[in-house]
Design a protein around this ligand. Structure first.
Ligand code: IMP
Length: 194
């Protein structure tokens, strides 16, 4: 099929978000769609290298045009933590809830609540690697709000909005989010190649 891209993730939330962001311009295949049941390594210490490691791993396995993303929540008062360790901040087998609890505990009594979600998308297209970045600035609330989204969404209030990422309808989050911006940059780049 034309305009087909394989998304190197096993995260169903992300897959849904990316499909909504990209719409009809590209057909996104998941690893499940190609019956690839595999753990993707993510062992680097920057989000750039992690995105590249994941995309390269899947490209080496499949030889297909593919992309991967990696995100870090960088909190100013915590010197950029959890950053590249956002997924496993509270420990190896931790849940989103555990991670949020740890961040809220560490932020207790801290006045400076500024935080950034930074996403890197790594595209491997016809064997060449390209990186795209998206950022969204906001604050960490003192308590969770909302049931949507995933990860740290209930505690992240983007600047200029009065709903957390977990309270927003998906189209709104995707329109302003770190991942939405990075993916949109990738799609614009691909359109220049057509
Ligand atoms: P990943 O490396 O891109 O999977 O992201 C690492 C971690 O960052 C995830 O496990 C989530 O906890 C968090 N994260 C990534 N994207 C988002 C988002 O859009 N909202 C909230 N948390 C996110």
């Amino acid at each position: 099929m034309e305009n087909e891209l394989l998304f190197a993730t096993n995260n169903a939330h992300k897959l849904r978000e990316i499909q909504e962001i990209i719409g009809d311009s590209y057909h996104i295949l998941s690893l499940k769609d190609i019956q690839l049941d595999i753990e993707i390594p993510e062992t680097s210490d920057t989000i750039e290298d992690n995105a590249s490691q994941k995309a390269q791993f899947i490209f080496d396995k499949t030889g297909r045009n593919c992309f991967a993303d990696d995100t870090g929540l960088e909190i100013e008062a915590l010197d950029g933590r959890p950053g590249v360790y956002s997924a496993r901040y509270a420990g190896e087998e931790c849940s989103f809830e555990d991670n949020m609890r740890k961040v809220l505990e560490e932020m207790d009594q801290i006045q400076n609540r500024k935080a950034i979600f930074r996403c890197i998308v790594c595209l491997i297209f016809e064997g060449n690697e390209y990186l795209f970045e998206g950022r969204v600035e906001g604050v960490i609330l003192p308590a969770k709000r909302g049931k949507g989204g995933f990860g740290y969404d209930p505690v992240f209030l983007p600047d200029g909005f009065d709903q957390t990422f977990a309270e927003m309808p998906p189209y709104l989050k995707n329109g302003i989010s770190h991942r939405g911006k990075a993916i949109t940059r990738m799609i614009r780049f691909l359109e220049t190649l057509e």
